[in-house]
Design a binder for this molecule. Structure first.
Ligand code: AMP
Ligand code: ZN
Ligand code: FE
Ligand code: FE
Length: 281
């Protein structure tokens, strides 16, 4: 069982890296991708926890923004975690998340919603990359809404008046950086239309020219039609097809292993990295 896209409490998941790896082992997952938003800070604890036959594909889900303002998530797997420029790129995105959160809070306060940066900080686990889910948790803690899900269906949605984007690399720049760091680039849930504006089929050729290796096709946020379109695009462009849960612990309904990647697709993807980097006991 291969699940290439999961989150821990180093970003907006709720399990520690140790808990996540232990859960994956008990579920019989053979290869687990750990892809916290814009950070590699969970890698060391995850690697320490490895035992038995599980392998880890350590990575990150890089927040990107196209020049037209479309939000894109790029999965970076099997790259060199010590690549300087990559770490600087991730750090710049993380740094942009604080002023962005302040702006969202300001807008909410202006609308009479009683929420502060302190409330959000209280909801964010130590060292976690700050994101909208922590604002959602703060709103839940104050009794303003019932769940993260409710927040993303309403006031924290990309289309909401309270939404503010943060500085981020373009998908092309992120892909180039992933390749420079020796890793593989898989575009995450590209047709997840309920999250906001998405890329068009015609946009993929530029990403392939930049070095894109794969497309995340099987993901709960893409319906069967969207998956079929993506599978066609992948076939036409010679890209690897992946599937994954995007597990966030208790933060989302997604359960670990609910979507998977076929072993032959994984083997092809792994062979495209510059080194063998799967972490094993
Ligand atoms: P941000 O990176 O701060 O813009 O926040 C985006 C994050 O919110 C993504 O990682 C999603 O996983 C998460 N998210 C999106 N929709 C939902 C939802 N319905 N419930 C919980 N988390 C969500
Ligand atoms: Zn997330
Ligand atoms: Fe994502
Ligand atoms: Fe994700």
């Amino acid at each position: 069982m291969i699940d290439l896209h999961t989150h821990t409490n180093k970003s907006d998941g709720t399990d520690s890296p140790r808990e996540l790896v232990n859960k994956a082992i008990s579920l019989g997952i053979t290869l687990l991708g750990i892809t916290d938003h814009d950070t590699t800070s969970g890698w060391a604890q995850a690697a320490e926890t490895v035992r038995g036959s599980i392998g880890l594909a350590l990575g990150s889900e890089i927040s990107c923004l196209t020049n037209d303002g479309v939000s894109v998530h790029m999965l970076a797997l099997l790259f060199n975690g010590e690549h300087k420029e990559m770490q600087i790129m991730l750090e710049e995105t993380r740094d942009g998340r604080l002023p962005r959160m302040r702006k969202m809070i300001e807008k909410m306060r202006a609308a009479g919603i009683d929420i502060s940066m302190d409330d959000v900080e209280a909801a964010r686990p130590d060292g976690a990359v700050l994101g909208r889910p922590h604002l959602a948790d703060a709103l839940v803690n104050k009794g303003i809404i019932k769940s993260r899900d409710e927040a993303f269906q309403g006031m924290l949605n990309n289309g909401s008046a309270f939404y503010v984007s943060h500085a981020a690399p373009t998908p092309v720049d992120a892909i180039a950086m992933i390749c420079a760091a020796g890793g593989v680039a898989v575009i995450a849930h590209p047709f997840a239309s309920h999250r906001g504006q998405t890329l068009q089929a015609a946009d993929f050729s530029d990403l392939v020219a930049a070095g894109l290796h794969g497309i995340e096709v099987d993901h709960r946020d893409q319906n069967p039609d969207e998956r079929a379109m993506l599978r066609n695009i992948a076939n036409e462009l010679g890209l690897v097809v992946t599937g994954a849960s995007d597990y966030h612990g208790n933060g989302k309904l997604n359960s670990l292993g609910e979507f998977q990647t076929a072993p032959d697709q994984w083997e092809r993807l792994e062979s495209l990295a510059d080194q063998r980097r799967v972490v094993r006991a």
